[in-house]
Design a binder for this molecule. Structure first.
Ligand code: HEM
Length: 205
């Protein structure tokens, strides 16, 4: 996932991030910029982050298992999908900060030591992945360390999404639907890894 620092925030990428920001302002404005609006933005950005994360983290596996025009597009653009996920989660962070400032009691009730520890590690992963998603920083790190960092952080975020959505399932069973893309990405990666490791059949002609 490397990207040129100069070229990222332009064209469609710029449009995507601005559209996401405008949607957050709109969602919050629908509720008069009150706490409920900010909480709706936290939920909205958690879901847009899920979408971009799953697209980025499944790209290589899908392209290996089903090479076609769409999966090749997805793999070609996975660095940008990854950075768009980071931008979406940046908005999640800003909305969390607004929630903490606007309603400290409600915020304290909605969070715990565990959400700071696990969520904090999640943000550290996102920052590390984004910081090394540019040509120069990726080169400084070297391909082996880059791969180890992105794999570890990617799986950690998969776990974090699963816990964050999963813990809401007992109260809101429909939240189980959010677990479907997460399990799918995990299985796709396992199958793709097995396909890569399997010996290729010898050619007969
Ligand atoms: C220190 C870091 C974090 C804090 C303090 C935090 C805080 C919160 C809070 C307060 C909510 C509930 C909002 C509400 O019910 O109104 C929430 C929802 C959520 N957060 Fe975070 N978060 C953090 C990091 C993360 C990370 C790293 C992820 C995923 C990688 C994540 C994923 C989610 C998800 C999936 C939801 C549920 C959204 C929904 O209800 O649809 N959070 N977070």
């Amino acid at each position: 996932m490397t990207a040129s620092r100069q070229g990222w925030f332009e064209g469609w990428r710029l449009f995507a991030v601005l559209a996401l920001t405008a949607l957050c302002v709109w969602i919050s404005g629908m509720r008069g910029f009150e706490v409920e609006g900010v909480r709706a933005v936290i939920r909205f950005t958690a879901r847009t982050s899920l979408l971009f994360f799953c697209l980025a983290f499944s790209a290589a596996a899908l392209a290996r298992l089903w090479p076609n025009a769409w999966t090749r597009w997805q793999r070609r653009n996975r660095r940008f999908l990854g950075v768009t996920f980071a931008a979406s989660h940046g908005l999640h962070g800003i909305a969390i900060l607004c929630f903490a400032i606007m309603d400290p009691a409600g915020y304290a009730a909605a969070t715990s030591a565990a959400s700071y520890i696990f969520g904090g590690i999640g943000y550290a992963c996102i920052i590390a992945m984004t910081a090394t998603s540019f040509d120069r920083t990726a080169q400084m790190l070297g391909p082996r360390a880059w791969r180890a960092l992105h794999l570890t952080c990617g799986y950690y975020l998969l776990f974090q999404f699963t816990v964050s959505f999963g813990k809401r399932v007992p109260d809101m069973p429909l939240y189980a639907l959010f677990l479907i893309p997460l399990v799918t990405v995990f299985v796709l990666r396992l199958v793709s890894m097995a396909a890569k490791a399997a010996p290729r059949p010898a050619r007969t002609a």
